[in-house]
Write a protein that binds this ligand. Structure first.
Ligand code: GDP
Length: 332
């Protein structure tokens, strides 16, 4: 018996974001048709009174919390206060509001940055709170850890089927390519495509190029999240080795890691850019490695389908098409 039923009304919070939009598509493709979404202009998820009114009106039975204030390493360093405040506020409204409205099942999305900076690799779910966090994204990580704790305590206190998932670094079409906000892959794609089109002789890559990251396509992540939502309930989690150790969440990763230098070279090759990549050590490297141990997820049968090189090609194509459409519109 699937843990989400065809008759459930599902609220995807953050349905226009990278992973929220992939989740929305994945749910529709699996035949779930009663899906509720709200744009930011219709519902400010940080406003608990507005969220409570929304729950009372829309009456969802399942909630995916894919909404968050997110950004790359520079945005996290420059605006830690907003990352902490907005995420705490949003989580409290959406998760606590779900509890008060009697939502039956909830999946909260965290991030692999919740783990200690120097955690042993790959990082199992049990590595949480075993050491100091990476300073560059500590504010965001602390907000996510608080959300995870809220989900876990609601489950323990009230027996709700509420779970958290911790995805690795995600990417794909529809990502945020803003130069000040973006994560590494959209940031590099934007600059390398511009360098190719404008025949620039070099592209700057932040940091030393040595940090290693595990990347997962947003569509694969969405599949994994719906697999978890369909197959895992609080009882199954409690019976797993992670649950027995008192941990509340499930890692979602690809199992493959790559250095920033390698991925920058791969993007340059896919774009056909032959100029120089210049590493800028004045920009922060962040965590040296962030590889997740996904034993629990693999136990549910999940395997990623989109290889990094294919996902990057698809994302670059999407981005170039979007640029071309924008310049066609400007020429009109
Ligand atoms: P993180 O995984 O939380 O550290 O987030 P990011 O995706 O922002 O950064 C990952 C790594 O890529 C860090 O070591 C950055 O220094 C490096 N990096 C290299 N070029 C870029 C870039 O253009 N943008 C971003 N955000 N990071 C970059």
């Amino acid at each position: 018996m699937p843990c989400i039923h065809p008759t459930d009304r599902i609220f995807v919070a953050g349905h226009l974001g990278l992973v929220g939009s992939a989740l929305h598509r994945e749910l529709l493709s699996r035949g779930y048709s009663d899906i509720v979404v709200r744009r930011r202009s219709e519902l400010d998820l940080r406003d608990d009174a507005a969220v409570a009114r929304f729950y009372a009106e829309a009456q969802p039975t399942v909630v995916f919390v894919a909404a968050a204030r997110v950004g790359g390493i520079l945005a996290n360093l420059q605006r830690g206060a907003e990352f902490l405040h907005d995420n705490l506020q949003l989580q409290n409204s959406v998760i606590w509001g779900a509890h008060q409205a009697g939502v039956r099942r909830l999946i909260f999305l965290g991030s692999s940055c919740i783990y200690p900076r120097d955690a042993a690799q790959p990082m199992a779910e049990t590595a949480l709170l075993t050491g100091p966090l990476e300073p560059s994204n500590r504010a965001y990580a602390l907000a996510k850890i608080a959300g995870l704790e809220l989900v876990q305590t609601l489950r323990q206190q009230f027996g709700h089927d509420y779970l958290s998932v911790m995805p690795t670094n995600l990417y794909g079409p529809g990502d945020n390519f803003d130069p000040n906000e973006s994560h590494v892959l959209p940031g590099l794609i934007r600059r390398i495509v511009a360098a190719k089109r404008e025949q620039q002789s070099e592209v700057v890559v932040f940091g030393s190029g040595q940090p290693r990251r595990e990347f997962l396509h947003a569509d694969d992540c969405a599949r994994a999240i719906v697999d978890v939502a369909e197959r895992m309930d609080a009882g199954t989690l409690a019976g797993s080795s992670i649950g027995r150790a008192g941990f509340s969440h499930i890692n979602i990763g690809s199992g493959d890691e790559v250095s920033i230098a390698e991925v920058a070279r791969c993007i340059a090759e896919l774009v056909g850019y032959a100029g120089r990549l210049r590493f800028d050590p004045s920009k922060p490297d962040g965590t040296p490695r962030k590889l997740l141990d996904c034993t629990l997820l693999r136990g549910l049968g999940f395997r990623p389908r989109i290889a990094l090189v294919d996902g990057l090609r698809q994302t670059i194509d999407w981005y170039c098409q979007m640029l071309d459409q924008q310049s066609a519109l400007l020429r009109r």
